[in-house]
Design a protein around this ligand. Structure first.
Ligand code: ADP
Ligand code: MG
Length: 360
């Protein structure tokens, strides 16, 4: 325990209210040194407010923000060693790329010769060594965002905050910048807190993801765990596609029952439960075929078939009226043979579902 490094950032029961609105609601969260942490949530969930409190542009109504174990309540923004990149790059239009990047060094009173050297290094890091003298208007959106990144990194901050930084870029450029941001983060070993409402972006980049809704931090975990083991209906629905089935647990909680088919649970359920089933974990077979070993099987009727290129998305209805999604790939049992109205058996491995306490 004692040689554990202190978290780079620690939010301790942080609440921020704006009048009647609770923008951030009792958030407690530790972020490790060198971690790439994504804050994911829809618009208005409190992501930007949380960054604002860390950057020091505003103060919490309650709770504490710590950096490396020290409270930063009385530390002004420019002394917090935090670089910030926003979606709107906010470059100075009348300054060149190099002058924009030099700005935070000037503010910190860094001498000219050192400034030049650090500006070159920072613009080199973002692959813009050949555009030192360009004005923002002469640069593409992606290049402007690189300048903003270089400006945020030039004073060697301990932490880099990015708020929807790629939101204004088109898909291809976003993918490319995602890779590059990961490279830069690895090269510098810097702690990154990255705000996005795009789940695939969070999944692709982050060591851990924190899901926010209504100012609350609902779940914090690595991408695989968030996807495979959501702890709430909100998180299950927010990340990827899924069916949430209302099931009856039986036999003291050791089994569940869906539309008359029964399946054992690996540990007994306490109280009413729902299960989360991802469509890629559901396969279909004709009722005439043998069941797959250990799989849970339930009869279903095909409602709708959507062609996705790589396969088909099939909407099904169970005999108790519940809906279920399945992905069928080329080469699968019923591929090319899916028709609305057809009776099939839907099946999945019991270990592929997540169990949630039933809602409401
Ligand atoms: P996100 O970045 O996830 O979209 P925000 O942190 O910007 O969410 O906002 C969270 C909530 O706080 C929203 O309801 C927003 O309207 C409110 N809010 C944010 N900043 C202010 C402010 N300065 N004054 C009043 N309300 C604010
Ligand atoms: Mg925001």
């Amino acid at each position: 325990m004692y040689d554990q490094p202190l978290p780079a950032v620690s939010f301790q029961a942080v609440t921020k209210r704006y009048g009647p609105v609770t923008a951030v609601d009792k958030v407690s969260l530790d972020i490790a040194q060198g971690e790439f942490f994504a804050l994911l949530g829809s618009s208005g969930s409190g992501k930007t407010t949380l960054l604002t409190l860390l950057a020091g542009f505003d103060k919490p109504s309650e709770g504490q923000v710590m950096m490396s174990g020290v409270s930063v309540s009385d530390v002004p923004p420019h002394k917090r060693q935090i670089g910030v990149v926003f979606q709107n790059y906010a470059l100075f239009p009348h300054l060149t790329a190099a002058e924009n990047v030099a700005y935070p060094l000037k503010m910190r009173g860094v001498a000219r010769s050192e400034r030049d050297q650090r500006v070159r290094a920072a613009l080199g890091l973002v692959n813009l060594s050949d555009r030192l003298d360009a004005y923002p208007i002469q640069l593409s959106g992606g290049q402007q965002q690189r300048v903003a990144l270089a400006r945020a990194l030039v004073f060697s901050p301990a932490i880099l905050l990015m708020d929807e930084p790629l939101g204004a870029l088109d898909r291809r450029l976003r993918d490319q910048m995602q890779q590059e941001l990961k490279r830069i983060q690895r090269e510098l070993g810097i702690t990154v807190i990255y705000v996005t409402h795009d789940q695939s972006e969070a999944m692709a980049m982050a060591d851990r993801i924190g899901i926010m809704s209504d100012g609350r931090l609902l779940q914090v975990a690595d991408p695989q765990t968030i996807y495979a083991a959501p702890t709430s209906h909100f998180v299950a629905r927010f990340i990827g596609e899924c069916s949430i089935l209302c099931v009856k647990s039986t036999e003291g909680g050791w089994d569940y029952d869906i539309a008359g088919a029964r399946q054992a649970l690996s540990s007994p359920a306490v109280g009413p439960i729902d299960i989360v089933v991802r469509p890629e974990n559901v396969s279909l077979r004709s009722p005439a075929k043998e069941p797959i070993e250990k799989a849970f099987s339930v009869p279903a009727t095909i409602q709708e078939v959507i062609y996705l290129g790589a396969g088909w998305r099939v909407a099904l209805k169970l005999s108790d009226g519940q809906s279920l999604l399945a992905n069928v790939m080329r080469g699968d049992d019923l591929a090319g043979n899916l028709a609305p109205g057809a009776q099939v058996i839907a099946q999945w491995q019991p270990t592929s579902v997540a169990v949630l306490p039933a809602e409401g």
